[in-house]
Structures are given as C-alpha cells and as structure tokens.
Write a protein that binds this ligand. Sequence first.
Ligand SMILES: NC(=O)c1ccc[n+]([C@@H]2O[C@H](COP(=O)([O-])OP(=O)(O)OC[C@H]3O[C@@H](n4cnc5c(N)ncnc54)[C@H](OP(=O)(O)O)[C@@H]3O)[C@@H](O)[C@H]2O)c1
Length: 287
Amino acid sequence: MGEKNTKSLKIIITGANGQLGRCLQDVAERYPDYEFKFKSSKELDITSKEQINSLFAHEKFDYCINCAAYTAVDKAETDQENAFLVNAEAVKYLSEACKTENTTLIHISTDFVFDGSKTTPYTEEDVPNPINVYGASKLKGEQYVQNILEHYFIIRTSWVYSEYGHNFVKTMLRLGAEKEELSVVNDQIGAPTYAGDLAEVIMKVISSKATNYGLYHYSNEGAISWYDFAKAIFEIKGMNIEVNPIPSEAYPTPAKRPINSELFKHKIEKIFPKNIKFWMDSLHKCI
Ligand SMILES: NC(=O)c1ccc[n+]([C@@H]2O[C@H](COP(=O)([O-])OP(=O)(O)OC[C@H]3O[C@@H](n4cnc5c(N)ncnc54)[C@H](OP(=O)(O)O)[C@@H]3O)[C@@H](O)[C@H]2O)c1
C-alpha cells in the first residue's frame, strides 16, 4: 500500500529556475504542509500543449504559479514569434488546463503593458497600451487568462531583481567591478521589486485561500529612477563608483521603455496589508 499523502495543497510552479521560481523554492521551505512541484523549462516546456495536458491529467494541482516567461525585452523586438509563443499562446494552454482541472492560476505580468504616458501611478483599471513586443505579448497572455478562467490571480510587477539570474542589480555590480564611472538613465521612473518579496506575497495569496480573484499590481514601495537605483546599489555595497544621470535618448535600446512604470498598489494592500516593503530595505536584504 502507498503512503497516504497528508499535504493539504498541491502547487505546480513553471519556469522554476528563473528569478521568481528560485525565490519561491526558498520560500517553500516555510510551508511544509504544501506539496510543491517545481518544473524547470527542461522539465515542462509550457509551449507544449501536450506536455501541459499530460501532466495536468496525471496530477491534480490546487494552484499553478506561472513563473515561466520570455523576459528578453530587447530580443523580443526581433523574435516576436517566440515572445508571443511563451508569453501568450503557452499561457492560453496553461489556462485551459487549469480550467479543465479546476486549478487556480497565479500568473505574473508586467508594468510594460502600459505606455508610461500617465503622470500618476497606474491602477488596475487603467487601459494598457504596450509600446514594445514584450509588453504586447504579456498583455495577450493576461487576456487569455481573463477570458478562459474565473479562478485566477494576475499579478503585474515591475523591475524584478534577486540574488538569482540576470537583473539590474547584478549587472551594476558586475560593471562596478570593471569601471570607475557609469552612466544610467534618470528619466524612467518606477519601483524595483525584490523577487523574494513577490514570492512571499504569492504564498500569502495561496495560504489565505483568498477568493478575491482578478488583476493586482505589486512592487516594492517607493518611486525612483534607474539612476537612483544604481546609486543605492553602490552605496550599500560601499563601492566608490561615479554614476552619471543621462536621459533615455542617450541610451537607445531596441525596445522602447515606458517613462512612468509606477504601479498603484492599494488593491493588493487592502487584502494583504503590511506586505509591501520599502524598496531600499529589500535591496539591503538582497545585497
Ligand atoms: N524581470 C523583470 O524585470 C520583470 C518585470 C516585470 C514582470 N516580470 C515578470 O515576472 C515573471 C518572472 O520573471 P523572472 O524575472 O523570474 O524571469 P526569468 O528570471 O527570466 O525566468 C523566466 C523563466 O522562464 C523559463 N522559460 C522560458 N521559456 C519557457 C518555456 N517555454 N517553458 C517553461 N519555462 C520557460 C526560463 O527558463 P530558461 O532560462 O531555461 O529559458 C526561466 O527560468 C515573468 O512573468 C515576467 O514577465 C519580470
């Protein structure tokens, strides 16, 4: 006779080796009552409908946290097909499997669904208008989730960093070790998000068994520029690097970025109060 499974919830995590996936692996240790199935891109390719359907048919999941994404924002401009395949079509396959198997989907999206022309923080009611391929593909993914599912949480976040993978903090630390002076854009405003904080909030959503399904904005608290962020990174590390502020035009990239990326977070704060940490505190923690 097989051992009886005493775990109260079963959760599948896609894209488990990315920044958020790795942070969820760390946070999962604090939830011994739950059974976590972490699937890397090699173990589960979400662009394969067959792989998704066969997995969901064999195992019953209470929640699916979709951390898999095509996140190479600049590359997406010339690789539109793959960006849409991962960020939109694959999200449709996941949503359909979740619908059939009665699994709640927690899907992560981005501030890049907005064009950045608003002068105040973006609310969940603001109309998206992406200005790059990545943003357009993520918006299409959101729309699939909303059209297919009732039991879902879409969490839009911004400027994600962590001790894992590729991100701005790690890039600055690498460049700071090579150079004494750096130029960083100071006219794009937003809030960094430590992936460890986002992972904790996701687990709060699950453990509270919240049924306030829908779309939410989440980032760390505060509004800064990339220039401010870079200066803080070097300050915390005690690195003496001269950081020069420059406008976006002086640092052209294949994908346009929104000037204003700030997300209004009152909706998530109402349901999960005191969970939004100040960006500088989280940066200290990560570094
Ligand atoms: N990073 C940011 O600044 C940022 C900002 C706003 C929102 N977001 C959103 O936040 C979420 C998490 O982002 P992150 O920073 O953790 O991303 P990440 O570090 O780039 O991780 C993404 C993961 O997805 C995996 N993946 C790619 N294609 C896949 C496929 N076909 N099947 C399964 N897995 C696949 C990748 O695996 P491989 O490495 O093997 O390809 C990688 O492990 C994403 O939805 C992203 O759009 C991120």
